[in-house]
Design a binder for this molecule. Structure first.
Ligand code: NAP
Ligand code: GLV
Length: 321
């Protein structure tokens, strides 16, 4: 008997075929709609393996509904959507997709930084809406990227890949992380700063730390007040790390200059979210890792992790043992 797998979203054919070679597959077949909670709770009862996305909350209720689950393979590097401690208690392996998305996400982070600083989306809209009447001296003027000070919060895989992009623009890079990264400091000539000093000194602040209760609202009213009036905040990590209400007020009152957001507290973000009404916010629908090649690699690694555990081998990239 092949093990039973539930897949929570329609996947590319090649990935489904790969899983079907070893498993019996059931799948939520919609591409643009997440699996309803009641369907997931029902499907998990008989599943040996789960292939899920960051949109699925795998909490105690889901884990309790599972009778024989051995592996949860998350198609994302972040896994704050999964109660990993509870999974470990039940001997369920949880896996994620590190490395394969590092460069693509660093690209998007830097693109969002550039786009926000040089008002690219706003300028394009300005032109298309027929507002471009003439060239004028301070029209749509932004902030310089070359030579500016970049502060990175979270010096892991993506943070490190971001340094390489920033160095190409001659930026002066510092970072804050819970542990010092002396190898990175030496290799890239970057400086470790405490959190407050980084916020005070940086022109650009990029958040690349995983979400956990420890970093909930890591950037709030106090932190925003420390930043320069010309500072730009970029968040490609998780929405809950920034207090969105405090960010709205800081942007509205010109306490900081702009923000580039790929992630939000609630996703998909409501059009009622006041941040979307601000011209100095560049907002994206969580596309950090979204290149065709990278999303395929992520799906493939997720499938590999799932299969490995179900055939009794070690997961390739486990997060909990
Ligand atoms: P990573 O390699 O695990 O790096 C995370 C870094 O954050 C590590 O250096 C870690 O420090 C540090 N850190 C963890 N908790 C901290 C805390 N409480 N205070 C200070 N530093 C802390 O992760 P990654 O691959 O770079 O990915 C980072 C995050 O980016 C993911 O978790 C995900 O949320 C997000 N992401 C988003 C997208 C997107 O589509 N927008 C795509 C990919 C990733 P230690 O070295 O001391 O453990
Ligand atoms: C995306 O947000 C990821 O964590 O991979």
């Amino acid at each position: 008997m092949k093990p039973k797998v539930y897949i929570t979203r329609k996947l590319p054919e090649s990935i489904i075929n790969k899983i079907e070679e070893v498993c019996q597959v059931r799948m939520w077949k919609e591409e643009n709609e997440p699996v309803p909670r009641e369907v997931l709770l029902h499907e998990i009862e008989q599943a040996d393996g789960l292939f899920c996305l960051l949109t699925e909350v795998i909490d105690r209720e889901v884990l309790n509904a599972a009778n024989k689950l051995k592996v949860i393979a998350n198609m994302a590097v972040g896994y704050n959507n999964i109660d990993t401690e509870e999974a470990a208690k039940k001997d369920i392996i949880v896996t994620n997709t590190p490395d394969v998305l590092t460069e693509t996400t660093a690209d998007l982070t830097f693109a969002l930084l550039m786009s926000t600083a040089r008002r690219i989306v706003e300028s394009s809209t300005y032109l298309k809406e027929g507002n471009w009447k003439t060239w004028s001296p301070m029209q749509l003027s932004g902030q310089d990227i070359n030579g500016a000070k970049l502060g990175i919060i979270g010096m892991g895989r993506i943070g490190k890949a971001l340094i390489e992009r920033a160095k190409g623009f001659n930026m002066d890079v510092s970072y804050y992380n819970r542990s010092r990264k002396l190898d990175v400091e030496e290799a890239f000539n970057v400086t470790f700063l405490d959190k407050d000093s980084l916020l005070k000194e940086s022109d650009f602040i990029c958040i690349l730390v995983p979400y956990s209760p420890e970093v909930h609202h890591f950037i709030g009213e106090r932190e925003l007040r420390l930043m320069k009036n010309s500072a730009i905040l970029i968040n490609t990590a998780r929405g809950g790390i920034v207090d969105e209400n405090a960010l709205f007020h800081a942007l509205k009152n010109e306490e900081i200059w702009g923000a580039g957001l790929d992630v939000f507290k609630e996703e998909p973000v409501s059009l009622e979210n006041p941040l979307l009404s601000l011209p100095n916010v560049t907002a994206l629908p969580h596309i950090g890792s979204s290149s065709e090649a990278t999303r395929l690699e992520m799906a493939d690694l997720t499938a590999e992790n799932l299969i490995q555990v179900l055939v009794g081998k070690k997961a390739i990239t486990p997060v909990n043992g």
